[in-house]
Design a protein around this ligand. Structure first.
Ligand code: FES
Ligand SMILES: [Fe+2]
Length: 347
């Protein structure tokens, strides 16, 4: 199959990508971040809002993570120019008035599941990824260990809809039929339609807890964050695998375990336990694939009927909007602005 977006580290799909944990950025602090091949500075102002912008000061290119957060702005350490949360230069200490001050490119930021998420475009057009059946519900969550794998997120994402490998790698004798449904340009859903085979007494026992098909639902956002829902009718487990590509085509991932909020102390204890269980489930599935992802050279040359969900995922990925990315291109697009600094600015 000829693809241009799928498995291509040069193409950045427009969407939300996880950046760092919220706890890693305290109020009044700044830090550097290599994000999808682009150098950024993240800082948290006194109002607790996180701001993400290109790392290098438009004056002479000093890295702004070396600078100082002042109120809700950041001051470059080199010549003390100061930028607000919109990336606008609001102070040049040696000069009260100037007619050429370039603006720094900022990126939309949100915080969810204890993570900072960044949108790869000028304006966020979608919500931060969530599990479809939990949409609009308050949730408890826990974060797994972040990881790096040697292949592109696209290749990791299709693992969960590769029903053949459940039998081979994970030794699960399941016969899944994953029905695809495109929600919109950025999201695609896969839902299993087969029931548990009643061939053995254990399976017959478990099948009582499924009124219909064996629950296995996946929702992919921006071809890089996937949600997985499994479990009997009375208890669903939810995992999000948030991935982002590195410049050289590897994946940086962050597992997130989510459950619906339950009331009271008992609810809190139950959720702690449930999230631990979800974590154990996710490790079980991730372990078997580790070796494959270390050495795979993805080349999909012989698709068969069983690979249909993967083909649908690839086709959907190919249609997603990509953004012009990279510092040089972005800088070229920035319009210079004329500024008059407020009288309070130092002279
Ligand atoms: S390089 Fe940042 S103020 Fe000069
Ligand atoms: Fe797997």
């Amino acid at each position: 199959m000829k693809t241009t977006v799928f498995n291509n580290a040069e193409k950045i799909i427009e969407g939300w990508y996880w950046a760092i944990r919220s706890a890693e950025l305290k109020r009044g602090r700044a830090r550097a971040l290599s994000f999808l091949g682009r150098e950024l500075v993240l800082y948290r102002g006194q109002d607790s809002r996180v701001c993400a912008m290109d790392a290098y000061c438009p004056h002479m290119g000093a890295h702004l993570a070396e600078g100082k957060v002042e109120g809700n702005s950041i001051r470059c350490l080199f010549h003390y120019w100061k930028y607000d949360q919109s990336g606008r230069c609001i102070e040049i200490p040696c000069q009260q008035q100037t007619d050429f001050v370039p603006q720094i490119q900022t990126l939309p930021v949100e915080e969810k599941y204890g993570l900072i998420w960044i949108w790869t475009g000028s304006q966020a057009k979608m919500p931060v990824p969530c599990v479809p059946e939990l949409e609009g519900h308050e949730c408890d969550f826990a974060l797994g260990k972040r990881f790096t794998k040697a292949c592109h997120p696209s290749v990791m994402m299709i693992n969960a809809i590769d029903s053949q490998h459940f039998n081979s790698v994970h030794q699960l004798s399941v016969d899944l039929n994953l029905e695809p449904a495109e929600i919109d340009e950025s999201r695609i859903l896969f839902k299993n339609t087969t029931s548990i085979p009643r061939t053995r007494w254990v399976l017959r026992f478990f099948s009582r807890f499924y009124s219909d098909a064996l629950t296995y639902i996946l929702c992919y956002w921006f071809a890089s964050t996937g949600t997985v829902t499994i479990g009997p009718d009375f208890l669903h487990f939810h995992i999000l695998f948030a991935l982002r590509p590195t410049r050289d085509g590897r994946s940086e991932g962050q597992p997130i375990f989510v459950t619906r909020k339950r009331k009271g102390l008992l609810g809190k204890i139950a959720n702690r336990f449930l999230l631990l269980l979800t974590r154990a489930v996710s490790y079980y599935f991730a372990r078997g694939d580790t070796l494959i992802f270390k050495t795979i050279k993805f080349d999909f040359r012989a698709p068969i009927k069983a690979d249909l969900p993967i083909i649908r995922f690839i086709q959907h990925t190919e249609r997603q909007k990509t953004v012009s990315w990279g510092l040089v291109e972005e800088r070229d697009q920035i319009e210079p602005v004329t500024l008059k600094f407020p009288a309070s600015a130092k002279n």
